[in-house]
Design a protein around this ligand. Structure first.
Ligand SMILES: *Cc1c(COP(=O)(O)O)cnc(C)c1O
Length: 385
């Protein structure tokens, strides 16, 4: 079984890393709820010494996620931020990072409020034209951190072009692939060195686990990141690893429905008189639609809208008047969510910075779930009436 090569994404989602338990034949990966492992004599053990370093349930999940990104290595972390933190710890004081001007608010906060204090310099640039990135490369540049599609304005960054710039200047390209999930996009194949996921979102898929992952092919990067993983200790527990493995078994089915519902809803909103703007990369008039088409398998279920002539109280009123969509942070679960980035997910970004990136007070972000699309559209119709 272990040498069987899985080709289809769905087959990998269900089977990769999941071997029947050798002691019982249990088809589901056991939850090894243990912190330590008995040794026969000091140092004589079955490859497992202490569970921060290794846990079989976590290892099964890591193999699975690596397979979904067609990669060799995966490390799972106790959150997406924990995974990102490990990547930043590859750097030294004086190093510089080039990243986007429309990032997940928590990423911006970690860069500016934590790692800037350790002497690392960040350039927040509009990465939608990859050539812009090169203007910021100097002798201290070490890392390009790209998020695509971006959160929440759905900018599309050309991963292949970023990969070429990284290659030319000897930089690491890390891609936050949370919004796309491995079903829609595989950045390693386009020249990225590290893929990061907030597993909390589409991979987990059921809004019941917080977890992160890093995926890579380079053995030396893996060795460095595995050292940080164990030394700094942001590792997830076995129960959460099990829940995510269970969630991933339907990732392909969920993503198909997220994409189907996303398209229907984006098209519905585009012609709605109360909507000024719809951000969704599947529209042919999206500025980087051609790149999205090239690097993504489909366009996903994340959509942002700008309400026409709505002040903050009116925006709040609309955001609070849904029945099927729930007002909540996070995304990528089976249930549809609506979020007000300016005061929720992106509240840690200063207003001026935020508005420059298009995250205005009358912008709402939708995470379209896998419910019946007719019910979702009816809910939107009523809330916008
Ligand atoms: C949620 C999210 C993160 C952070 O992940 P956590 O699991 O919440 O720590 C990072 N990037 C993006 C794009 C996200 O949506």
């Amino acid at each position: 079984m272990s040498n069987f090569k899985y080709h289809g994404f769905g087959t990998k989602a269900i089977h990769a890393g999941a071997e029947p338990d050798p002691s019982t034949g249990a088809i589901m990966t056991p939850i090894f709820q243990t912190s330590t492992y008995v040794q026969e004599s000091p140092g004589q053990h079955k490859g497992y010494a202490y569970a921060r370093g290794k846990n079989p349930t976590r290892e099964a999940l890591q193999k699975n996620i690596a397979a979904l990104e067609n990669a060799t290595y995966c490390l799972c972390f106790s959150s997406g931020m924990g995974a990102m933190d490990a990547v930043l710890k590859l750097l030294r004081p004086g190093d510089e990072v080039i990243t986007g001007d429309d990032l997940y608010g928590g990423s911006y906060r970690m860069f500016t409020k934590v790692f800037a204090n350790y002497g690392i310099k960040f350039h927040f640039v509009n990465m939608t034209h990859a050539a812009t990135i090169e203007q910021y490369v100097n002798a201290n540049t070490k890392l390009i951190w790209a998020e695509t599609p971006t959160n929440p304005t759905m900018q599309i960054i050309d991963i292949e072009a970023c990969g070429a710039i990284a290659q030319k200047h000897g930089l690491i390209l890390a891609v936050d692939n949370t919004f796309a999930s491995p079903y829609l996009q595989n950045p390693l194949a386009l020249g990225a060195h590290i893929v990061m996921h907030s597993v909390t979102k589409y991979l987990g898929g059921h809004s019941d686990v917080v977890m992160g992952a890093l995926v890579m092919n380079d053995a030396k990067l893996f060795e460095q990141l595995a050292f940080i993983h164990n030394s700094c200790g942001a590792t997830p527990g076995p129960m959460d690893s099990f829940l995510v493995m269970r969630g991933i078994k339907t990732l392909h089915l969920r993503m198909e429905r997220h994409c189907f519902n996303g398209r229907k809803i984006a098209e519905f909103l585009k012609t709605h008189p109360k909507i000024e703007k719809v951000y969704w990369p599947g529209f042919t008039d999206h500025p980087n639609h051609a790149i999205a088409k090239k690097q993504m398998r489909d366009f996903g279920g994340m959509i942002s809208i700008v309400l026409k002539d709505a002040d903050l109280p009116e925006t709040f009123r609309i955001a609070s008047s849904f029945n099927v969509f729930s007002l909540a942070e996070s995304l990528g679960g089976v249930e549809s969510l609506i979020n007000h980035p300016a005061t929720m997910t992106h509240a840690s970004i200063p207003k001026e910075e935020r508005e420059k990136a298009g995250v205005v007070d009358n912008l709402l972000r939708l995470s379209v779930g896998v419910e019946d699309v007719e019910d979702l559209i009816a809910d939107l119709k009523a809330a916008l009436a």
